[in-house]
Write a protein that binds this ligand. Structure first.
Ligand code: HPA
Length: 272
């Protein structure tokens, strides 16, 4: 079966189970699953029952797809994403966004947990991604182009939708939520970075670092699917004052800060 045939089979299965007309797609990052609980759920599936879906291996990811109503829209939310560091192929990593596009989703809202390279940011802050740097060792568009999804050489001049970001900016202002705007760099992981690497990432022009998101955003741009992403800053990456960090701390901070993210995304969905 070709990659496209696999996607079509998955989409057909989801449609047959009642996921008929999603308008907004959501992918929730590490420690950030709570928004899915705000959805008036009509259907939900563990990833392991969805045909052709990879199995989420990281235990702190829920691995669940939820379909229902949020902010007056039909939404589908992936609670837990696939990371390259888990051993998944890039095709697997971007399967959720491709499936969403094929089901008719018009906008994709992403979230992630990230470390602050910009030392003006604090733990628990939010950063709306304005642009990114891809340091992943592979690309979801490598190989024969799937012409049905998009062009061979997609443009990346506006990777994150200007319209969605403008809305987020004004919602944040209205709600009194402070929202940074910056550049996200995606590294392969799974190890955190060395001090020398943090210095390098700062020189590159990054404000925040994480291990996800960019593959999905590349796939969204390939399909001309407008997307946005908010990073929850879970730690600061100061090369001159670096303390030990565990993934448990990252998750705990993400959980504490995620209610602010949920307010912004709920309002954004309502405004679409
Ligand atoms: N690097 C450093 N800190 C982080 C990361 C990362 O990839 N993700 C969340 N906090």
């Amino acid at each position: 079966m070709t990659a496209l045939e696999q996607l079509e089979q998955t989409v057909e299965w989801l449609r047959s189970k009642g996921m008929k007309s999603p308008e907004v797609g959501i992918i929730l990052g590490t420690g950030l699953g709570e928004l899915a609980n705000a959805i008036e759920c009509e259907k939900q599936f563990s990833y392991n029952v969805i045909p052709n879906f990879p199995i989420a291996t990281v235990e702190f990811h829920f691995g669940k797809l939820i379909y229902g109503n949020l902010g007056g829209k039909k939404v589908m939310a992936f609670q837990g994403r696939f990371h390259y560091y888990e051993g998944h192929s890039m095709d697997d990593v971007v399967m959720p966004v491709r499936v969403m596009k094929m089901l008719g989703v018009k906008y994709v809202l992403l979230s992630n947990a990230a470390g602050a390279i910009n030392l003006d940011y604090n733990k628990g802050d939010l950063m709306m991604i304005d642009d990114h740097i891809n340091l992943q060792p592979d690309n979801p568009l490598r190989g024969p182009n799937i012409d049905e999804l998009g062009p061979r050489f997609p443009d990346m001049s506006e990777p994150y939708s200007k319209m969605l970001n403008e809305k987020l900016r004004s919602i944040a202002k209205e709600k009194g939520v402070s929202l940074h705007e910056g550049v996200y760099v995606s590294v392969p992981g799974p190890n955190l970075e060395t001090r020398a690497e943090y210095r390098m990432l700062k020189m590159f022009g990054a404000d925040a670092v994480g291990m996800s998101t960019v593959p999905e955003v590349i796939a969204c741009n390939h399909m001309s699917l407008p997307c946005c992403c908010i990073s929850v800053i879970t730690d600061t990456c100061d090369p001159n004052n670096l303390s030990r960090l565990s993934v448990e701390e990252i998750i705990a901070t993400a959980r504490q800060a995620e209610s602010k993210l949920n307010v912004l995304y709920k309002e954004l969905i309502e405004s679409l």
